[in-house]
Design a protein around this ligand. Structure first.
Ligand code: FEO
Ligand code: CA
Ligand code: CA
Ligand code: CA
Length: 594
């Protein structure tokens, strides 16, 4: 017998083989259903435009429909049974070819608006019925936060010179959030969405790149290197005219999912980076601790510790009592030393070289240029830190280091203890235990949970925590359920799926690991070209929600064709592929993963 917090018979399901099949494969004891594919009405009363399969929906339609490229996600129960809840999820980026009827030809201001509206966050209401999970439409909670939604900026950097723009001279308000990748949940029941690859949307004429500062180069906000041409149609994205606008992106954004009228808030105390997760826990003394990854090659892992203690509870009163908690605290960067020890290094202006002589006028600049501050204090440059998950019983912290093909290249950092493989194509999972079991400690002990890849390949350096482990590559999404099972999701690039040396890994997938025994079993494989990302197990552990992102994205240079039509068509080319959420349950109604 198993209970929501008990162990039960872990990994009792039939594992699925690695596969290049263009569809969803789950164990025979399980079934899946589709929820909320791109373009589905979010459920805002009086505004529920149907999805147009020819991509004919307007920018205004898109602002009240599911965005593209579903990513990090959380389930907030609305009642004690957990049969009603809010599913809150990120929409990371757009596929411009799929988003517009005429594809990537000829940009327009309307297409830029539609693109901004297709990113951000969805809040949808769902309920579990005799027919499984269904979206409630309309719902008073239904909301789209997108790339033009008005929001506030708070914390030490708010209002400071680098945050001021012509449109907002006070430096305390901004339109929108986009590039929303992984996420976090606060103890008081708000959702944290993380702005990852924001840099690709800021551009300008190539000539403007000449005067780029070291900070602009480090963050990638350099004119001419943009991947979207927003700047031609919406001048706030023109770096040559509004150089401070990109300082207002790259943050953790707090959203109250229960109050659709509450403005989202960008929390600058947590530092600016290509923000991946913002995983929360509470220290021994009651302060909040937030772990964050910065997903680029050779970037850092961070930890924020609040000054004030968390006021317990998740009701409206608790959310109000904790509303300033993320605005005041200390940011740290991680250093992983040889021998399995590590230190958290403070990023505080005036200490350890973080001063005007090194280019930091004040704490605001330390936070806005957190990457440069990490260099000064000597953080460890990691192999692309993505999601962070905390074991619900032991408090051990796990992070995916997804890959780094440049590790050990000429002029790049060499392999080190924590990032031991040159040309690290497969990534791995590293974990640590804070000293004294206290998340606020300054020291910790770390080891590798897994070095991914195919152990049969000579020189792969792959190593798993037991002999009974299915192999994987490019781990990215990571979620612990209440029973301590670790759900691992992969994101090998669509360009390499099925090709050497990745052939034996098949399509992207999800696995379930039992850290207690080191066993790892493959649970799901996805359609061609997709990434599996975003995962939450309901509190009763009867449902697992998973996002399928960018099905069909082959991404061969210059080739914009899609190699899947999932979920609407069976043959590539027969329908526009759409990112979507899966609700996965055991056919016998039991606890998932056992
Ligand atoms: Fe959006 Fe780092 O994954
Ligand atoms: Ca990711
Ligand atoms: Ca990734
Ligand atoms: Ca990705």
């Amino acid at each position: 017998p198993s209970s929501p917090t008990g162990r039960g018979n872990v990994l009792g399901f039939t594992g699925v083989p690695a596969s290049l099949r263009d569809g969803i494969v789950v164990p025979p004891e399980y079934e899946w259903q589709l929820l909320y594919p791109w373009g589905t009405p979010t459920g805002v009363a009086g505004s529920m435009p149907a999805f147009a399969p020819d991509a004919g929906n307007s920018a205004d339609d898109q602002a009240v429909q599911a965005g593209m490229h579903h990513d990090g996600m959380h389930f907030f129960a609305l009642d004690a049974s957990g049969d009603r809840g809010l599913l809150v999820m990120n929409h990371e980026y757009t596929d411009e070819q799929l988003l517009h009827t005429d594809g990537v030809k000829a940009g327009t201001a309307e297409k830029v608006r539609k693109s901004l509206h297709a990113m951000g966050v969805s809040v949808i209401e769902i309920r579990c019925t005799g027919q499984g999970w269904q979206q409630v439409r309309p719902s008073p909670f239904a909301r789209r936060v997108h790339g033009n939604t008005p929001m506030r900026i708070t914390g030490p950097a708010a209002g400071t010179p680098l945050m001021r723009t012509a449109a907002n001279p006070a430096g305390d308000a901004v339109f929108g959030t986009f590039a929303n990748c992984a996420m976090g949940v606060t103890p008081w029941g708000t959702y944290l969405t993380c702005e990852e690859n924001f840099h690709g949307y800021f551009g300008g004429p190539k000539e403007a790149a000449q005067g780029a500062t070291a900070a602009q180069r480090r963050y990638g906000t350099v004119a001419g290197s943009q991947w979207a041409e927003y700047w031609r149609f919406d001048e706030r994205f023109d770096l040559s005219r509004h150089p401070n606008e990109p300082h207002r992106f790259g943050w953790v954004v707090e959203i109250d999912p229960f109050d659709p009228t509450a403005a989202p808030i960008k929390r600058t105390a947590l530092g600016r980076k290509r923000q991946e997760s913002a995983t929360c826990t509470v220290a021994r003394d009651g302060r909040l601790v937030v772990y964050m990854g910065d997903d680029s090659r050779f970037e850092y892992i961070y930890k924020f510790i609040s000054r004030e203690k968390v006021r317990p509870g998740t009701d409206a009163a608790a959310r109000a009592a904790n509303r300033h908690l993320l605005d005041d605290g200390t940011l740290h960067v991680a250093r992983y030393d040889a021998g399995g020890r590590g230190r958290w290094l403070e990023l505080v202006h005036g200490r350890d070289g973080l001063d005007a002589a090194h280019g930091f006028a004040d704490q605001a600049e330390v936070l806005i240029h957190a990457r440069l501050a990490g260099d000064v204090v000597g953080g460890t440059k990691m192999d692309r830190p993505e999601w962070i998950a905390i074991h619900p019983q032991s408090g051990e912290v796990y992070v995916t280091l997804t890959n780094n093909s440049q590790r050990g290249d000429a002029g790049k950092p060499a392999p080190d203890a924590a990032n031991p493989r040159a040309n690290n194509l497969f990534g791995g999972i590293l974990r640590w235990r804070e000293d004294g079991g206290d998340a606020a400690s300054t020291g910790f002990a770390w080891d590798h949970f897994a070095l991914a890849g195919d152990p049969a390949q000579p020189g792969s350096g792959a190593r798993y925590p037991s002999g009974d482990a299915d192999m994987f590559g490019a781990p990215d999404g990571l979620h612990f359920d209440r029973g301590g099972l670790l759900w691992i999701q992969t994101d090998l690039s669509g360009q390499v799926l099925g090709k050497p040396p990745y052939t034996s890994l098949g399509n992207n997938q999800m696995l379930c690991a039992d850290p207690a025994s080191g066993r790892i079993k493959r649970f799901l494989t996805g359609p061609n070209g997709c990434e599996i990302t975003g995962c939450v197990v309901t509190p009763d552990r009867h449902t697992l929600f998973v996002n399928i992102q960018h099905p069909g994205e082959a991404r061969d240079d210059g080739d914009t064709r899609h190699n899947s039509a999932w979920p609407d068509g069976t043959e590539p080319g027969s329908a526009r592929p759409r990112s979507a959420t899966l609700a996965i349950r055991r056919r016998d109604g039991g606890i998932v993963g056992t």
